[in-house]
Design a protein. Sequence first.
Length: 289
Amino acid sequence: MLLAAVAGCSAESAPTTQQAQSTPAPLTAIAALGDFATLDYCSLLDPKRLKNTTADTPDSSFTACQADFVQAGRPRTVTIGPLAADRDPNVQAYAYPGQVPDGVSVQQAGFVPERTCGRAVTFADGVRLAVSITDKDDRGSAEDRCTAADDVVGGLLDAVTGSRVRHPQLPDRSWGRVDSCAILSAAGARGGDATAGLAGHSCILDKVSLEFAVVRQAPAGPPETLGNRTARVATDGAFCRVRTVQPSPATPGRAEQATVSVVDTSGAGGEAACPAARTAAATIFSRIP
């Protein structure tokens, strides 16, 4: 009788255990994408989802993927990335037409450039991945752009659930392997604790920031030498940005770019921040391997 009772208990509990094991776990960004620092964002782009298009080879940066394409005779750009974790009031719910994994939602990004449809794929841990479609002329409609953006989101989710996310091994000389916060802190930037971007390729310390990226073209402007590197200085609103590049060791025909930015908080504009930006860049550039 005792054995029968035990067997009966086991039989009754088996469906519950099996049901618990089959319940899908909410999908977090780290589970979906893996190591953010080495993520190949272009592995999330499925050009076949862009109907009636002719696409160029996508460009993968350290924090995003971008591709130019022509859809029904209209030139467009698709971008996947970057990742973000802060709350954004401009991201709003909408009726995404596709299916999503458990714990994942898709929102509409409200604060985007002109002729752009933006989407945000938000994972269970609150980390979101930006997706956008931008028309290069004024012939495309907002509805058509957003249909294309939803197609890209669908391909992205298929890549995540289909184990097609890639993580390339960056060469030793790549700036993608550099710890931006370690460089910024060692350069003597003043302030509190350094704040790293999710992927580790950018860092902010008080008024100074450092960012690494892959670019198609070198920055324009008159060259000057800072930190034993050729640099170019330009203002951008309240910021003064100093950039230097090296040939990309991972992507032929592309350059890796390091950008040092200093913000002016006096209201005078970016030009007022340029002396401090040049000083910071000279120290930081000399420490980049």
